[in-house]
Design a protein around this ligand. Structure first.
Ligand SMILES: [Fe+2]
Ligand SMILES: [Fe+2]
Length: 437
């Protein structure tokens, strides 16, 4: 009999029922010796049973019979002896030893192994995988990059990761948001009608360049800030890292399209303000993942949703309105994940309210009495006025004041959705950076 014909066959032959089941598994190694390939059949069979589970091995090889007991001793399995079948084959019995690999990601980490997770319609979502192989409550740094659900040989080196707790970082919506994010990717070159960039009056072109400069500067921070937490995540929460990776691709695309739009009409870039620089540095210096997600995604990107809506509504041409609208749709997902993350963390740690408020207060203290960066105010006003004609600028100015009100109103609404009381939400909203992000 060949090795191919001698695949392990669980005694309990239900598909998927064999893994981890303490019970008999039968294999046939034919005439293979221990050193001649028999282990390629025997070892996987032993992986199918838990400690103490028995594998029966049919063999016609005298060499196998000679070596199997000593191999078992060396590998800490227990050789239980052999009996001879009427057809002349020997059937050896081996009980699995105690040193077997454990599932990565905790005791339930092996769940779903052997199940066919594909949907009947042919789709196969990360959310399906997460449902079958859930996040562990805590992750062990010694399982390293072992994929969740794999069996991990013990004794591996601890990895330098410190985000280890599900309830601090991995809301259950993570995989679903990842699936949505992947499906919503767009191309900064192909999917923006760059041929629809209009030739604008000088004042409007300069205002647009300033707005795009401001947007790109903030988008750069949205690329750098989550990136610094990615290597600290335990790989058992891979879907969080995968979602962050797609988010980083989104932010890269936003930087790309905003800078392209600033340059597409020949106006070029505007000013980068100290207020913006100070605000973004205070984001970059966050060391706590939840505090950073709160400041960046709930408060910052949340406020940016209103800003992007404003720029989209007042866009001077189709190219601008399309690219800003696409960026806004991406940002809505980032805000959604930020809210899910904060709600999830708050539900598991009531003391988090105070820490988040302290983080907002600390950040406000670094900003002093700064207001919205001057050129940004002016540029948004001129953008809404569609130029610098005084009567139109009066309307643009009113639109800008309305934008600030709208931002405050929606921030409070979002904070309440994240789990804060209305009073807490108002306090936090008022302390939020005048830089919007
Ligand atoms: Fe962005
Ligand atoms: Fe974002």
């Amino acid at each position: 009999m060949t090795a191919r014909e001698a695949r392990p066959e669980p005694a309990d032959a239900r598909p998927g029922a064999s893994q981890g089941a303490a019970g008999a598994v039968a294999v046939d190694v034919g005439d293979l010796a221990i050193g001649g390939g028999a282990l390629a059949i025997l070892r996987p069979a032993l992986d199918l049973v838990t400690e103490g589970g028995v594998v029966t091995v049919a063999s016609v090889s005298p060499a196998f019979a000679e070596d199997v007991a000593s191999w078992c001793r060396a590998e800490r399995h227990v050789y239980l002896g052999a009996e001879r079948l009427p057809d002349g084959r020997a059937v050896h019995r081996v009980a699995r030893g105690p040193h077997g690999a454990a599932p990565a990601g905790g005791a339930s980490g092996g769940g779903g192994a052997g199940l066919a997770l594909r949907r009947p319609d042919g789709t196969f979502l990360a959310a399906d995988v997460l449902a079958a192989v859930p996040f562990p409550a805590h992750a062990d740094p010694a399982t390293g990059f072992a994929p969740r659900g794999a069996r991990v040989e013990p004794g591996g080196p601890p990895y330098p990761v410190d985000l280890l707790d599900r309830d601090r970082l991995a809301p259950p919506e993570t995989a679903r948001l990842y699936d949505q994010a992947v499906a919503a990717q767009w191309d900064a070159t192909r999917d923006v009608p760059w041929d629809k960039v209009a030739t604008l009056p000088v004042a409007l072109e300069r205002a647009l360049g300033q707005v795009m400069t401001f947007l790109a500067e903030n988008e750069l921070s949205a690329l750098w800030v989550p990136a610094k937490f990615l290597p600290r995540l335990h790989p058992a929460y891979a879907e969080v890292a995968m979602l962050l990776a797609v988010t980083l691709a989104d932010e890269a695309r936003h930087v790309d399209v905003f800078l392209k739009r600033a340059r597409a009409g020949g106006g070029g870039l505007g000013v980068s303000h100290v207020t913006t620089s100070r605000s973004l540095l205070s984001l970059l210096q966050q060391e706590d993942f939840t505090e950073a997600m709160f400041l960046l995604s709930v408060l910052g990107e949340g406020t940016f949703l209103d800003l992007l809506r404003f720029v989209e509504v007042h866009a001077p041409d189709e190219a601008t309105s399309v690219l800003v609208g696409k960026a806004r749709a991406d940002e809505a997902r980032h805000v959604h994940f930020g809210l899910a993350h904060v709600r999830h963390a708050l539900a598991h740690d009531p003391a988090l309210y105070d820490r988040l408020e302290a983080a907002v207060r600390r950040r406000a203290a670094t900003m002093g009495d700064a207001g919205v960066p001057a050129s940004v105010q002016d540029a948004l006003t001129v953008l809404a006025a569609h130029g610098d004609e005084p009567a139109a600028v009066r309307t643009g100015h009113a639109a800008f004041r309305e934008l600030l009100e709208e931002m405050g109103h929606n921030r409070v609404r979002r904070l309440v959705a994240a789990g804060f009381t209305v009073t807490q939400a108002r306090t936090l909203s008022d302390l939020h950076t005048p830089n919007f992000m």
